[in-house]
Design a protein around this ligand. Structure first.
Ligand SMILES: *Cc1c(COP(=O)(O)O)cnc(C)c1O
Length: 229
């Protein structure tokens, strides 16, 4: 069993080496805490890890509410598929949605996000390896979606996210990271304020950093293998 504090330290070490220049700040770590109990989140929060990623809204809400009284200033990211009937709970309880992949989600997220709070940060999820997943929009759909997010009150467009196909060949993974990076660079012509390219997980986050990730999403490498249930 790995020690999460040792794993956190090692990963942060790798990420700090990614800060090649002042123009490129260190890649951020999103700790993916799906299936982990609130205590596991708390242990990392005490080590100053602030950003946590969850896939399932109900599971996340349990942890969010359990930890709320501690005022830890945590930043919760939804990284799993978002159903439209969950938009209210997500807009009220999360800081980021990384899995926006269709127009239908924009209006309810915008409507339920209180204007008194910081805007909800949005990444558009792109299916760059078309066969890999049924979620994520096509590369062609990115620009029109981005325009609608950018125009919606209480939402803030921050960039793109992808879940890479688990190609055994890492050069294929590199190629798909590059495709997302290209899309990101071209989107930045229209939206110069976007700053987040979320790609890479436990197995390939070092590779994702080489290809320009500004945020990596790591679960297993931090917490150990997930219990399947
Ligand atoms: C589970 C998950 C991760 C983390 O995966 P690991 O391989 O455990 O690091 C990252 N991103 C998404 C979208 C996930 O669902």
């Amino acid at each position: 069993m790995i020690s999460p504090s040792k794993a956190l330290h090692e990963i942060l070490q790798t990420l700090s080496h990614s800060a090649h220049s002042p123009a490129r700040p260190a890649t951020r770590l999103l700790a993916v805490s799906k299936t982990q109990p609130a205590e596991a989140v708390l242990a990392l929060a005490r080590l100053d890890q602030q950003a946590f990623g969850e896939n399932y809204v109900q599971e996340a809400l349990g942890k969010i509410h359990a930890l709320e009284p501690l005022n830890l200033d945590l930043e919760w990211h939804l990284i799993g598929h978002l159903q439209s009937n969950k938009c209210q709970e997500v807009a009220e309880n999360f800081s980021w949605v990384q899995s926006l992949d269709r127009v239908k989600l924009i209006e309810p997220l915008s409507r339920y996000r209180s204007a008194h709070r910081a805007p909800l940060n949005i990444l558009i999820q792109v299916n760059v390896d078309a066969e890999a997943s049924k979620f994520g929009c096509t590369p062609q759909a990115v620009l029109p979606l981005a325009q609608k997010v950018a125009a919606a009150p209480n939402l803030r467009l921050r960039g793109l996210m992808s879940i890479g196909a688990p190609y055994p060949d890492f050069e294929q993974r590199r190629a798909s990271f590059r495709r997302l990076r290209k899309l990101f660079d071209s989107l930045r012509h229209d939206f110069p304020a976007i700053d987040t390219l979320s790609m890479g997980m436990s197995e390939d986050y070092e590779l994702a950093i080489e290809e320009g990730a500004t945020m990596v999403r790591v679960g297993t490498r931090l917490f150990g293998a997930r219990q399947l249930f």
